[in-house]
Design a protein around this ligand. Structure first.
Ligand code: PXL
Length: 275
């Protein structure tokens, strides 16, 4: 397998097992050289901890990019997640558009909402900015809440296959031909992921262990990126990432003190075997 150089752009939550502290080890375990561009530094993630610190790194981005350009640095893959500000989305779009080599795969996880609600620091202006990233992505990786905010389709707790088909059709109008939609659940004990490629829909269904665990979106997106960059098809990568995420939840669910993330490190050997 060719050795790939990936850039991932998302925050450093110092404690909380999300974003870069998840993406970096998972992509490394998948055999990638992993370069990072931190969007912000927080003391913890924002879901469940109170009084977190937040240092926005938006204004550092242009100089970092300029230095990389001077050094002739280009990437085989660019994967973006939780960003620090609306202004930053414009910088990140430019990075997606200019910093990849000619084989570069660009993956955008919108990472701004879940369970019908925006995460604390975001608003509708941010959502509008995030829409402009969609045409720069080869693959968009939203959950259902993010897909609804981006497409303007009303969020519903229950839905059927036709609702999902319509949601994807609306979302694809933003200019992204390939969408991997996570957390699609048609029955209480099952959930899954829908892969939409140029209008064609496929579904991988698996066990649903709990209603939701913090950080699993980042675990999923990182494992998906690692599996895809290892030469798997989009559907196969979506399946590997789902199986790995379920395993991470299983290895965490019996520990009530571990409410803030999943013990993804303990399942890395299994992920590496799946690749
Ligand atoms: O997992 C998404 C995420 C990433 N980064 C920060 C977050 C969250 C989710 O809430 O708060 C800082």
């Amino acid at each position: 397998m060719e050795y790939k150089k990936i850039l991932t752009i998302q925050d450093i939550s110092c404690v909380g097992q999300c974003s870069l502290t998840v993406a970096l080890p998972i992509l490394s375990a998948c055999g990638m050289e992993t370069c990072i561009l931190p969007s912000a530094v927080l003391s913890t993630h924002t879901m469940g901890f109170s009084g977190f610190t937040f240092r926005d790194l938006t204004d550092d981005m242009p100089a970092i990019q300029e230095h990389w350009q001077k050094e002739g640095i280009k990437f085989d893959g660019i994967y973006t997640g939780y960003l620090g500000s609306t202004k930053q989305v414009g910088y990140v779009k430019n990075i997606l558009d200019t910093m990849g080599n000619d084989r570069c795969v660009k993956i955008v996880d919108p990472a701004f909402a879940d369970n019908g609600k925006l995460y604390p620091i975001f608003d509708n202006v941010y959502v509008d900015a995030m829409k402009t990233l969609c045409p720069s992505a080869d693959i968009l990786l939203p959950n259902i809440t993010e897909a609804c905010f981006l497409s303007g389709v009303t969020y519903k707790e229950t839905y059927d296959e036709n609702d999902i088909k319509e949601l994807l059709a609306e979302l694809s109008k933003l200019g992204c031909a390939t969408i991997v939609l996570t957390g699609v659940s048609y029955s209480p004990e099952k959930t899954g992921v829908v892969v939409y490629e140029d209008g064609k829909i496929s579904y991988y269904e698996h066990r649903r262990i709990s209603k939701g665990c913090h950080g699993t979106g980042d675990v999923y997106a990182s494992a998906f990126t690692g599996a895809l960059m290892n030469g798997n098809s989009i559907f196969e990568a979506a399946k590997i990432a789902a199986d790995y995420t379920v395993l991470c939840i299983e290895k965490t669910q019996n520990d009530p003190e571990h409410w803030y993330g999943v013990k993804f490190e303990t399942a890395l050997p299994e992920l590496m075997q799946m690749l």
